[in-house]
Design a protein around this ligand. Structure first.
Ligand code: NAP
Length: 494
């Protein structure tokens, strides 16, 4: 017999979202909760992505939990190992490590109406009954490989940026980096000097602004340690500096032009060759795809051993890549920095709500979840980093914390009303869908003339980003409106 466990709350994932949730439950005195984590450690994306140059692209003092500011960040934009360490420290400090089952992926979760609970199968078949299920799965962890003819024939090392092969020898070799997203622009500058030749394959150029990264002097770190208020003031400054940018993405043309100018000036300053500059100039609106920040990507592309290849890839052979112009470039290794299955993730998660409907089916019916957190037909399921809660302009940790507060309020509401089950009303979901529909048309994510992972592959609608400011999201999720939900004690009658 496989073991069976009962808990009040089951959290999926031990990244920023799942850990933050577990810590809040612990702080509020909850005892009966577990976190299942597919990996062997906490950290989520910051455990998984270990490519050279991997670092935050939001200032670290803002990219951290508000309840655990870190005076020790060594750089404005901390490198991946530091962020991973921070999360491990938080897990330890707040005593949630004992609640985490590592190497335990979610297999499926089925809502059992008769029990008013989720039946969850994990790992090798262990079953967990949980009254409340919270997804901290995030969107960016199932690699998306391109569909290139002959990919499987390549004889040398080839791997995705999020599954970095530390054994692969790149020094003195001919290497391809495919992609020009946030991952690729961090990788190319790091490995360019080690390779014999580096071919950077770009399909669409990105808008790139300078990265004001620098080491935070020790005396400042000591000051932050001694005067936490100073650190908080610094964080507030960083917050408003980023928050201001959202208008430019939501339709404010003047702000958008300012961003465009900044990026174009950066390009002109760093790239003198007009032909190369042409290849690197986007033809879509600033912000339509994620704006990248880098001060070393353009210089790396201009190294004598680096070539920017803009011709589409037509074939991968055993030891080369062929492009549409017929040119074949010999290669020892290929790095796919081609992103993640961001919008398909929840679609494919084996989560079955009331009446056995899969999350994918529920999503097809209505591509919305209230504040990205709750969905009609899925009682007692709460999503962290759910649809339309990503950000293109500010720290997503702030969104996670707002969602955690919202979930805690939902749990408190159930307790107060002495009800076991809470389900979003269909009308509330409809209203929210309408709200999103009204917001999107003027935004750069939809009207900006690009294709990006923010968009639903079928409709082209932005299903990834929150179409507003962080302040607005915080304000709107501060209180749970009991009217949006049906609270009940046991099975639903109808
Ligand atoms: P991404 O933004 O989805 O970029 C994937 C890249 O691969 C795009 O440039 C895409 O080109 C290209 N690509 C896909 N198929 C291709 C093909 N057949 N030929 C040539 N190019 C191809 O993925 P990512 O860079 O991993 O970033 C994903 C998200 O993760 C980011 O938006 C960000 O939210 C997060 N991230 C954050 C950081 C950080 O610093 N905090 C770092 C990395 C990632 P097209 O544009 O033409 O589709």
């Amino acid at each position: 017999m496989l073991p069976q466990t009962h808990v009040d709350v089951l959290i999926v994932g031990a990244g920023f979202a799942g850990l933050g949730m577990a810590i809040e439950l612990r702080k509020a005195g909850w005892e009966s909760f577990l976190v299942i984590e597919k990996g062997d450690d906490v950290g989520g994306t910051w455990r998984e992505n270990r490519y050279p140059g991997c670092a935050c692209d939001i200032p670290s003092h803002l990219y951290s939990f508000s309840f655990d500011l870190n005076a020790g960040w060594t750089r404005m934009y901390a490198p991946q190992p530091e962020i991973w360490d921070y999360l491990r420290r938080c897990a330890k400090r707040y005593g949630v490590l004992g609640n985490i089952l590592f190497s335990t992926p979610l297999r499926d979760a089925v809502w059992e109406e008769a029990q008013g609970a989720w039946q969850v199968t994990v790992g090798e078949g262990m079953r967990i009954t949980a009254r409340v299920l919270i997804s901290g799965m995030g969107a960016l962890h199932v690699p998306q490989y391109p569909d290139l003819p002959g990919m499987e024939r390549f004889a040398g090392p080839s791997f995705h940026s999020a599954a970095w092969d530390a054994q692969a020898v790149l020094d003195g070799k001919d290497v391809a980096v495919i992609g020009t997203g946030a991952s690729a622009v961090q990788i190319t500058p790091q490995i360019a000097s080690r390779t014999q030749r580096l071919y950077h394959f770009q399909r669409t150029p990105a808008w790139i602004i300078p990265k004001a990264d620098f080491a935070i002097p020790k005396r400042w770190r000591r000051r932050f340690e001694r005067v936490p208020l100073l650190m908080r003031a610094f964080r507030t400054l960083l917050f408003w500096n980023l928050e201001m940018r959202v208008g430019g993405f939501l339709g404010n043309r003047r702000l958008n032009r300012l961003g465009t100018k900044l990026a174009l000036r950066h390009l002109e300053t760093q790239v003198r060759d007009p032909e190369l500059r042409g290849h690197l100039t986007p033809s879509y609106q600033f912000g339509c795809k994620r704006v990248l920040i880098s001060s070393d990507f353009y210089p790396a592309l201009q190294r004598p051993n680096v070539e920017l290849v803009t011709q589409p890839i037509t074939e991968v052979r055993e030891r080369s890549i062929v492009t549409a112009d017929g040119r074949e470039r010999p290669l020892d290794a290929i790095i796919y920095a081609t992103g993640f299955q961001a919008t398909r993730l929840l679609d494919s998660a084996a989560i079955y709500g009331r009446g056995g409907i899969s999350f994918g089916e529920g999503w097809q019916k209505r591509k919305a979840a209230l504040w990205g957190i709750t969905k009609y037909g899925f009682p007692n399921l709460f999503l962290l980093l759910g649809p339309n809660t990503g950000l293109g302009h500010n720290s997503v940790v702030l969104m996670i914390e707002a969602q955690i507060r919202y979930v805690m309020s939902c749990l408190a509401l159930m307790r107060r009303q002495q009800q076991q089950v809470m389900e979003l009303r269909e009308e509330a979901e409809e209203r929210f869908e309408e709200f999103l529909r009204k917001r999107m048309p003027g935004s750069v994510w939809q009207a900006g003339g690009c294709r990006s992972w923010y968009q639903d592959p079928e409709t082209g609608e932005n299903v990834a980003l929150w179409p507003g400011s962080v302040r607005e999201y915080q304000r709107r999720t501060r209180r749970v409106s009991a009217r949006d939900y049906e609270l009940r004690d046991g099975p639903r009658v109808n």
